[in-house]
Design a binder for this molecule. Sequence first.
Ligand code: FAD
Ligand code: NAI
Length: 477
Amino acid sequence: MSTSKQFDVVVIGGGPGGYIAAIRAAQLGFNVACVDEWANAKGGPAPGGTCTNVGCIPSKALLQSSEHFEHAGHAFKEHGIEVSGLSLNLPQMLKRKETIVKQNNDGILFLFKKNKVSFFHGRGAFAGAAEGGYTVNVTGPSTETLQAKHVVIATGSNARQLPGAEFDEKLILSNTGALAIDAVPAKLGVIGAGVIGLEMGSVWRRVGADVTVLEGLPTFLGAVDEQIAKEAHKLFTKQGLKISLGCKIGAITKGDNNVTVEYADSTGAAQTAVFDKLIISIGRVPNTIGLGAEAVGLALDERGFIAVDDDCKTNLPNVWAVGDVVRGPMLAHKAEEEGVAVAERIAGQHGHVNFNTVPWVIYTSPEIAWVGRTEQQLKADGVAYKAGTFPFMANGRARALGDTSGMVKFLADATTDEILGVHIVGPMASELISEAVVAMEFRASSEDIARICHAHPSLSEATKEAALAVDKRSLNF
Ligand code: FAD
Ligand code: NAI
């Protein structure tokens, strides 16, 4: 039976943007509800959104497992560890991933209880504007009518379809299917050499698939610093990922057990490739369908995202939107920061997100991580800069690890020495980048990092050395 409940804040969407906004708003003393429609295999609630269910968390679980498998097969030998009878138990690998996802779903439900956030499992949609707020209808496992003074929309995104090649999650896979392939495909095709294509391509290559990645653009990882992207391309190719740039995808035809992709390669020559499975990872589109935007006159921008200003305010009073459903990078930590900032703004505080210091990480091996501007951006912006690089080859800890690929690169203002960008391809780049983020938040100079004592032996010494290299003073290279 339907009831009407009053809240200060109703958050629609329980991904990293939504559930964090709900918790922060509750911490600030508001009466908060969070509505999320994601269901697990048994139809129960599975808050955490794309990130927890079919994104960040399961992909990192499979990346870790597949990396262990690859190391056991090759890298251990160099350490004097002989492994015989190595075999892959893919069902167990997938089960482990599902367990980790469930732990995260349960963790969020626990956090809602702890913070007294009311959770509703179902789809939330605007039913109209009411006196002093909005009516949000919940349909699905929960059926409720909620009254809210403030609404935070955090409905996220879903995989972009390639026209003529609809996802069936059996042969043509989005991220959802790519994380749940139940037998290693002999030949795996990937369209789009972006973050998902490279991470998922790496997982399945490591466990034995022959992986071909077809990318539309002529440049590899165009948003990444050119020097770093070039190094990464070289390393991935050496690992066996077949990356073809400048491809124009034509017809995609499904057979009983395979998919045929016709495309023109970078020379314009017609090619035909047959794959056992095809992942399409060509970007993501915002989730706004079924939200009832039209019932309240919520404005979208020209690309279909919810239109917001710098403070995540929509065109409607007291309606906010955060995360993948608004402009900016589609990253879980960006969504979270916006969620916190919006909750604080609702409370009259001055929440702030610094877009200049949002780190990016691609969890390949080696990892790629960066913050700030690339060398090509600085050139395009006409900024005079100094660059310093340091290879992991010259780092003792990297040698001990047996992972010496890649480098750390610093870019600093030529006059003031302020750090403008830090770019890493190499072991544990995802962890190393945090030092650069902190430094840039505090507007540090490369000299500041160069003068800080870093533990020896550690990968972070490569960061210090790259900072020293800005003034051509590296000590170990
Ligand atoms: P989402 O996480 O998409 O959550 C939105 C939620 O709202 C979903 O649960 C959805 O079901 C629900 N919803 C939608 N509409 C309604 C409605 N009307 N009513 C109720 N509920 C609704 N980012 C990183 O930073 N690091 C990574 O390592 C990383 N890895 C990724 C790997 C993959 C394979 C993918 C696909 C993405 C990855 N991302 C990663 C991106 C990250 O997942 C997103 O940026 C993040 O999830 C966005 O959070 P969000 O809260 O905006 O939306
Ligand atoms: P993406 O934007 O990273 O990459 C898409 C790639 O597909 C681009 O290189 C693009 O040029 C190419 N492309 C687009 N249309 C094409 C076409 N018709 N033919 C061939 N190539 C085409 O998008 P992706 O990989 O789908 O991931 C979506 C987003 O999810 C990422 O941008 C990122 O924000 C997020 N994500 C983040 C991760 C992380 O932080 N580690 C991991 C995975 C996803």
